[in-house]
Design a protein around this ligand. Structure first.
Ligand code: SF4
Length: 304
């Protein structure tokens, strides 16, 4: 079954299993991932997950935001996964490939129902999003946090609203995301901000990073991590089109640097880490007190 809204076609599919084992050296901390949707209407020009549409023989540039697959039975499949005798209640990472609170979630509520299943089965989880819709499920997140452990990461690449609109055309503004961060913290949810991705020459200025980190602190969140932009082949067309329009002087350097590697050079990554560390030290007095880990976070529960 499928339905369309103004620009996006939603295709409902069923899955055998909700969880995917993560076995990647690039993501050493992740064990299991869960993605209710495939494709993402936020349509960020730098999105690394565009490659997932190539597997479906779709255009990763045009179709990624226009054809979204909806795993209609995901909560039921998740319950079956978590009831297996082999399940060890390991940490589940939600939203590793697409945003679990993209607009489709308003209609389908798959993320919400997956969180309910995780809480029911006392399984710890984390979730990454750019969308304010997360606030709708704050009560479930807070109770999952108490029952088994939960941590939300709000991804923000810049607090400049004009730049954000260019980079993340259909995601909520950074200011809306920061307000959501604050409201989630007030609701008892453990929240951090990820500076992700950091785009060389575009969002990596020291004052830009300082404004972003300061804004995260002022809204009650710690900074979880930063991620220098990594180029996947399926992302090249959308990123280069963006550069051509908005930063033509950066087109050639990006083409040169990313033609031989996925990541920026090591020296750049070191400099970026130093820069962020310097900003964090300077802003340390503004950093909010660490949000308490829940007593059960990461531990197994017997469900008694
Ligand atoms: S919100 Fe995440 S998954 Fe969605 S388009 Fe942006 S980077 Fe990709």
């Amino acid at each position: 079954m499928s339905h369309d809204d103004d620009r996006t076609r939603y295709i409902e599919i069923t899955v055998q299993s909700a969880l995917t084992r993560v076995d990647s050296a690039r993501m050493p901390g992740l064990k299991w991932s869960l993605n209710p949707y495939r494709g993402c209407k936020h349509n960020c020009v730098y999105c690394y997950a565009r490659y997932t549409h190539e597997f479906l023989e779709l255009d990763p540039t045009k179709d990624f935001a226009q054809t979204v697959y909806v795993k209609r039975n995901l909560p039921q499949a998740l319950r079956a996964d978590l009831r297996k005798s082999s399940w060890q209640r390991e940490h589940v990472s939600i939203g590793t490939a697409t945003d679990p609170y993209q607009p489709a979630e308003g209609r389908y509520q798959l993320t919400r129902n997956a969180l309910l299943v995780l809480r029911e089965q006392l399984t710890p989880a984390g979730l990454v999003t750019k969308n304010t819709m997360a606030l709708r499920d704050a009560d479930i997140m807070a109770s999952l946090s108490r029952a088994a452990g939960f941590h939300l990461i709000m991804s923000i690449s810049t607090i400049d609203p004009v730049l954000a609109r260019q980079l993340e055309p259909d995601a909520p503004t950074p200011q809306q995301r920061l307000r959501t961060v604050q409201q989630l913290v007030e609701a008892g949810v453990r929240v951090s901000v990820a500076l992700a991705p950091v785009l060389p020459g575009i969002t990596d200025g020291e004052s830009q990073l300082a404004e972003l980190i300061e804004a995260a602190y002022d809204h009650g969140a710690e900074v979880a991590f930063h991620q220098p932009f990594r180029m996947y082949s399926a992302t090249r067309a959308s990123l280069f089109a963006y550069l051509k329009t908005h930063h033509p002087h950066l087109l050639e350097p990006y083409q040169r640097v990313y033609s031989v590697r996925q990541d920026p050079p090591r020296e750049y990554r070191w400099k970026l880490s130093d820069r962020i560390e310097r900003v964090r030290r300077r802003l340390a007095p503004r950093q909010p007190a660490s949000q308490p880990m829940t007593p059960n976070e990461g531990q197994l529960q017997l469900g008694l």
